[in-house]
Design a protein around this ligand. Structure first.
Ligand SMILES: [Zn+2]
Length: 58
């Protein structure tokens, strides 16, 4: 079984783990209904995107 030649140092371990943190997803406000929505996505509340109704809602 292959074994690492050297101990992985603290700085290498920490820099590898530097991307492990979770971040809150980006959000934007719908210009149609002013609800919070994901950017570049059709609004889940009113179904509008770019000023047009894309998905029909009740
Ligand atoms: Zn909306």
């Amino acid at each position: 079984m292959p074994v690492p030649k050297r101990k992985t140092g603290r700085s290498v371990t920490n820099s590898r783990r530097s991307s492990h943190k979770l971040e809150a997803p980006a959000r934007s406000v719908c210009p149609q209904c002013h609800q919070v929505k994901l950017p570049h996505r059709v609004c889940g509340e009113c179904g509008y995107y770019d000023g047009k109704e894309i998905v029909e809602t009740d």
